[in-house]
Each structure stands twice: as C-alpha cells, then as structure tokens.
Design a protein around this ligand. Sequence first.
Ligand SMILES: [Zn+2]
Length: 426
Amino acid sequence: MDLILRHANLPDGRRDIDIGIRDGRIVAVETALAATAAEEIDASGRLVSPPFVDAHFHLDSALSLGLPRLNRSGTLLEGIALWGELKPDLTREAIARRALDYCDMAVAQGLLAIRSHVDICDDRLLAVDALLEVRRQVAPYLDLQLVAFPQDGLLRSATAQDNLARALDRGVDVVGGIPHFERTMADGAESVRILCELAAARGLLVDMHCDESDDPHSRHIETLAAQSQRLGLHGRVAGSHLTSMHSMDNYYVSKLLPLIAESGVAAIANPLINITLQGRHDTYPKRRGMTRVPELLAAGVDVAFGHDCVMDPWYSFGSADMLEVAHMGIHVAQMTSQEAIRQAFDAVTTNAARILHLDGYGLAVGCRANLVVLQAADPFEAIRLKATRLYVLRGGRVIARSPARLSELDLPGRPARVTLQSGHGA
Ligand SMILES: [Zn+2]
C-alpha cells in the first residue's frame, strides 16, 4: 500500500480503525490492518473524516472586503448595491487571484469541495471566465462546482437569460436562480419554471437562492418543489437559504415539508449569514431567520450548511472553516441533542457531498482517499474546538499540515471525553 492511517476514530463512532490507501483510493478500513505501506500516519485516537464540503459559497466576491468601500449598514440590500458598485472595477485577474487565495485557505482547512455561485449578470461574464479558469487550476486539490447565478433577477435583468445560457455553454455546472428578487411573486414562479425546464433539457443540477427573505408569503420553495416533481428532477435540485420558512405559518409549513421531501429537493441553510442578515426589520423579539433545519431533517429532507460569504460586501468575517459554520448552525437551530450535533457535522460533510453529487466521496473501500485528520476525538469535539486540521489528504497524498494546538494536547489527567456513541466511552 502507499499509505496507512493507523488508530483513527471515524465520524460514525468506530474507534481504533486503520485505513489503507493505494493509487489514490481507500482499499481497506478495518481494525489492526495486517499490511505495510511506504508511509504510515498514526492518528492515535483522533477523528479522521472525509473532507469538508461547502454546499453554498460566492467565490467571485470572497475576500473583496472594503472594495470599493465597506457595507455601512451591514444589510443584505446594501451588500447587493455595494456588489453593483464593485462590478465595473472588477478584472478577470483580480477575481481569479482572490479566488485562488480563498482556495488555499480552504485546502488548509480540509475544505476540498465548494459549490460556488457565480454572478452572470455582468454582460462580459468576467467572473464566469475567471472562475472556470480557477476550477481548472485547483482541480488537483479541490472540487469546485459553479452555479450560474442571476444576482439581479432572471426576468428583472434584461440580459440575464441570455447570459445564463452563455455561462452554461462555457461550462458552468449548475443552474441557479433568485425568484424572491424578481419584481413580482408571479415573475418569481415563472423564473423557477424557466430555470427548471432549462436544467431538465440540459441534464444539469439546480440550486436556487430561494426565499432569502423574512416575508412569510415568499413561497417559491413550493413552486421549486412542484416543478422538480413535474420534471422528474428528484435528488437534483436544492433550495438555498429558505429563510422565509422561519417566519411562515405553522399550518402551511406542515403541508410544505412533506411536499419538499416528496419532490427530493434538498435544503441548504447558511447559518452565519442568515443569523446576521435576516430579522433586520424586527425590533424585539428579533427573528433568527434560519430555515427550519431540524424539522426539514425530520421530514427526510437532505440538509447541508453553507458558508455563503467570507470577507465580502455581505459578511466581514469567516475563515473557510466549515466547523465554525456547523457550530453556528447548532446554536441558531438549538441542535444540541446528541443526534442533532452529529447531523450538524453531516451537514458540512456527507449531506453536502450528496447534494453536490460528488463522486467517490466517503470512508468506504473504493472511495477517493480524500481525508482530514482532526485534533479531536469525535465530531462533537471537532465542532467544539473548531479543531486543528493536522493532516489534509487528497488522493492519498498529504497536501496540507498544521501543527497541533498546544492548549488542546492530550494531557494526562484530562477529563474523560464526551462521546456520541453509547458503549464506546473512552
Ligand atoms: Zn448565496
């Protein structure tokens, strides 16, 4: 074998597992693997996970904080206006440079797959061309999936439909949308129909910014689910944000949740952004704005968490750390049960990978040997500590390393670890 990771804890609770790797693939996952390898890494009871996956991001605006000015109010609408001010000054080189910088940050954090929306409302399609080139350059170490995103509205912007088709022709992977930003509810529904039909005709996935609003009457998710059902797009469509669901009438939601589940539409919440941008018209009590994550999960809907923004017109913070995203998701949705904490870890790993249709993702024999060794014993501790990524592996090769954090060393006398699996207590 090329590499063996010894004494790993796995996210599903298995402990002291050896992982054998050959030709970039996982070839063994078992206790006390009787084999030798050119290189061995002793995980010594640390968590080994498949890599983090960000199901919702904006790489074209990331790291642009302060260009051309800061967002004074910190609101969504000033952010959109600010992005409009920045667009004329953007160059392909500047977008690509910032995107590559962000991909470096991501790899260091064990974040090896990103679905990024790319604004297609610039007739020059500068960001599209820049990110297609970035996708090609980072392919050896990061899976970048691009969504054609009509930021100014598919029907509201005169050239958006044409630009979106051109972006897909150039190789953008996924059909995006923003129905709640169209001029009317009817236009929003019409945009969902047009975009779903386009995706069905081209055999593409769909991921729309959907109902990113506190308006309980913003119900485009209902149309998205119905169109997915009508066109047979089961498992190929995601609704991002869905924040209006937070404010909807409970009786209506009791009808909506089974419809979403039946249509196979996935939900992507963005806890860091939703908690800061929603509820802005409220005094007190102030709504949280994040969609109903535990209820969606209970209804059988696939739910992922996205980072959405890092240092851009909408959000000044962030560090490509999906554990920070999961940590915030847990707090906002009060997902503090043992099961819910595990679900939050899945929302930034396996669930997100499934929504992106990532090939060969996971810890089973035959999967790509893309792995992260964390300075934590289990998913709970990883989220609590936003744990250091001791090793990041891509195709069985170490592509990033970080030194262990001194304050979290496994000192003698350290209190017993909390574990998420009964019967496996340390
Ligand atoms: Zn977004």
